[in-house]
Design a protein around this ligand. Structure first.
Ligand SMILES: NC(=O)c1ccc[n+]([C@@H]2O[C@H](COP(=O)([O-])OP(=O)(O)OC[C@H]3O[C@@H](n4cnc5c(N)ncnc54)[C@H](O)[C@@H]3O)[C@@H](O)[C@H]2O)c1
Length: 272
């Protein structure tokens, strides 16, 4: 059996750019019809036009995932168009910086509203349609920072930790309805979000190079490398996988003490 999503309908939140856009493309290539939900109309229209021009079935549905009525309306519109829903990729996200003292309540709420409530609303309105279709697959995009922390990112890290729990809960509650729910946890991936972070440092290329060195594979990841993992979890190839997390991080979480420690003399190639 080769991997296929032929005849499936997928919703991808945050599908305008980065990991979401690469996922929309990959799901289309595997045969799915894809509804892109995003608040960035210009970028989402461009992504969807590109998919349509390549002969794929895709549509854009304007949506701020932090607003329940928006999510309901957009998923209803996708259902109206495609008559079914089998796959949800909950991917929309924003990056915000600050420790718990410097982070305002507004920023905290904004971060949780997009990442956590956004995933809650998307699943809340997608699952009944999946039940009606006889089953489905949910993939949430969390982060390597769902298990670890970097400095000055309290709201983002807390939200990403929360996202690892949600698919576990869904996996249990809807297993008997043939719905699977899993999480992918990317390391540093070359997307507009990472470039935005890099630009804040004043020397973006240096930051990207440093990030690359932190990953044992020696580089940051590409959006399509995360999209491949998402497509796998969304497909029947993952038919016995639910409630779990898949890190897509070039080995980032593996080395004790980080790569600096590995290269300090104890863990070097030369010490073998
Ligand atoms: N790039 C990385 O290094 C990295 C690492 C780990 C996890 N992630 C996660 O991957 C996901 C995708 O991020 P990306 O790196 O592709 O960034 P990105 O900025 O390219 O994509 C994020 C998308 O989400 C959309 N979005 C943001 N807020 C929204 C809202 N309220 N409603 C609807 N759409 C909204 C944006 O318009 C954009 O299209 C995010 O959840 C991010 O936290 C990224």
């Amino acid at each position: 059996m080769s991997i296929s999503l032929q005849g499936k309908v997928a919703v991808v939140t945050g599908g305008a750019t980065g990991i979401g856009a690469a996922t929309a493309q990959k799901l289309c290539e595997l045969g799915a019809s894809v509804a892109v939900l995003d608040r960035n109309e210009a970028a989402a229209q461009a992504t969807v036009s590109g998919l349509q021009n390549a002969g794929h079935t895709a549509s854009f549905h304007q949506c701020d995932v932090a607003i329940e009525a928006d999510v309901k309306r957009a998923i209803d519109a996708a259902l109206q168009k495609y008559k079914a829903l089998h796959v949800l990729v909950s991917n929309a996200g924003i990056q915000r910086y600050g420790d718990v003292v410097s982070t305002s309540s507004k920023t905290w709420d904004e971060t949780f509203d997009v990442h956590v409530k956004g995933a809650f609303y998307a699943t809340k309105y997608a699952i009944p349609a999946m039940v009606a279709a006889g089953g489905g697959a949910i993939v949430m995009v969390a982060s390597a920072q769902s298990f670890t922390a970097v400095a000055n990112s309290a709201a983002y890290i807390s939200a990403k930790h929360a996202l690892v729990g949600m698919p576990r809960s869904i996996a249990l509650d809807f297993a008997r309805r043939n719905i699977r729910a899993n999480c992918v946890c990317p390391g540093s991936i070359d997307t507009p979000m990472l470039r935005w972070t890099a630009d804040r440092t004043g020397s973006p290329e240096k930051l990207l190079e440093t990030l690359g060195k932190m990953h044992p594979l020696g580089r940051i990841g590409r959006p399509e490398e995360v999209a491949n993992a998402i497509a796998f979890l969304a497909s029947d190839w993952a038919s016995f996988i639910t409630g779990t997390t898949l890190t897509v991080d070039g080995g980032l979480l593996v080395p004790t003490g980080g790569m600096g420690f590995q290269e300090s003399g104890i863990g070097t190639e030369a010490a073998k």
